[in-house]
Design a protein around this ligand. Structure first.
Ligand SMILES: [Zn+2]
Length: 419
């Protein structure tokens, strides 16, 4: 028996303690002389030696006995009260941190109180953060997503553009004002024209453009996490209208009113020309791959395409260009021209064709459908309102498109600039 064991006092709280019980407890609390943290007999040993089931042994120890000692580990480090342990686990715990149950309970209560305070504080901070974020969002919405613009500030083409932009959106809920993102689909069918109009709408404050710089600002302000916003163009909410449905109706009214300024006429003309030239460049790309020829895009080609588009319909232009491309391919095959001359052949062939066409007073009878052209929403809308039979501009020259469209508009005295 080591010194350690002598320091343990087993106190029995049971009045009628039996000899067997006494022996059981003595064995249960016998410390290993070599290691004071261990016990000499395992519960299984005691079970076997004294033929007492483990459960009986443990119940007895926990309910009827307390153990203490003279060592400092049996003094509570907080209140200095004597410390009793009731099982081996508590005995081992007393080595690390001797604390009485009362002090442990106080410590636990203190921890709970601190945790409650911490949670309350973090909830308060969270609330403050949310309030701050909602303030930032409101400010952002007011400053960037809403505008005092009026339909009257839009040019005729711009009004048509915004109307088409919104026409494929869900506008059924009349109460809802929405900020509308431009989808990947082109509104006019021509990249350059879409971009031209969008740039003007951005400068007029109708459209919010979110690029690299604005994105960084939004990310830093925390707005991004709360708003469904990404790179791109957004049509701002118009404060003048109660909802997008009313706004859309206003746009359509402007379109149907047929009242335009001289500025509007210029814009309509350049838009129609741009659309047609873009169609013809589409035909050029198709012919390059169709006839395996290279066609140089330069100002001469640009001028010839403009000329073609003024004199012939899209289908007639396509027919002329198709045959000239075919001739170019045959010429390259038979004559083997110098490689540097090849990209200019198409333009030269078109040029000489037009000269002969005028000289001999030819008539362009045949037409051909371009491979990648389809009726855009823009063309369809204009045809629907201003043209009698056509549903697209394929059969018309740019001049015919303009005379039918512009011819049925009423030009107002004042121009956009004088407003
Ligand atoms: Zn204590």
């Amino acid at each position: 028996m080591g010194n350690c064991e002598k320091e343990l006092y087993v106190v029995c709280d049971k009045e009628d303690e039996s000899e067997v019980e006494k022996a059981l407890m003595e064995q249960y609390w016998t410390i290993d002389p070599k290691n004071e943290k261990k016990f000499l007999y395992s519960i299984r040993d005691i079970e076997k030696r004294l033929e007492v089931p483990k459960s009986t042994l443990l119940v007895l120890a926990r309910h009827n006995y307390r153990v203490t000692g003279s060592h400092p580990r049996f003094t509570c480090i907080v209140c200095k009260e004597r410390l009793f342990v009731k099982n081996r686990g508590s005995y081992r715990k007393a080595f690390a941190k001797p604390k009485c149950e009362k002090c442990l309970a106080l410590e636990k209560a203190k921890k709970i109180r601190e945790e409650e305070l911490r949670l309350a504080e973090s909830a308060r901070l969270k609330e403050e953060e949310l309030a701050e974020r909602s303030r930032i969002i409101k400010a952002f919405e007011k400053e960037f997503l809403q505008s005092d613009y009026s339909i009257n500030d839009l040019s005729y083409i711009e009004a048509v553009f915004v109307f088409l932009w919104l026409s494929d959106k869900e506008l059924s809920s009349e109460e809802v004002q929405l900020i509308s993102k431009r989808t990947f689909e082109l509104v006019t069918g021509v990249v350059e024209l879409d971009e031209l109009i969008i740039r003007s709408l951005v400068s007029k404050g109708f459209i919010l453009e979110i690029g690299e710089e604005r994105m960084l600002e939004l990310r830093n302000s925390g707005v991004l996490y709360s708003l469904d916003i990404n790179y791109g163009h957004y049509l701002k909410i118009c404060r003048e209208y109660l909802n997008m449905h009313d706004f859309c109706s206003g746009l359509y009214e402007k379109f149907c009113s047929r009242s335009v300024t001289l500025n509007d006429i210029d814009e309509i003309r350049s838009s129609v020309e741009l659309i047609r030239i873009s169609n013809l460049y589409g035909v050029v790309s198709w012919l390059e791959s169709e006839h395996r020829i290279e066609i140089r895009k330069n100002t001469k080609l640009d001028g010839l395409l403009k000329n073609l588009s003024c004199r012939f319909s899209l289908l007639q232009c396509t027919q002329i260009m198709f045959w000239k491309a075919k001739e170019v391919a045959a010429y390259i095959h038979s004559k083997r021209p110098d490689y540097y001359a090849v990209p200019n052949l198409f333009t030269s062939f078109i040029d000489s064709h037009l000269i002969k066409f005028d000289a001999y007073n030819w008539e362009q009878k045949y037409t051909k459908m371009p491979k990648y052209t389809e009726t855009t929403a823009f063309e369809a809308l204009v045809c629907d309102q201003f043209f009698e039979t056509e549903y697209n501009w394929f059969q018309l020259t740019t001049g015919e498109v303009l005379s039918r469209w512009v011819g049925s508009l009423n030009v107002l005295e004042e121009s956009c600039d004088s407003k």
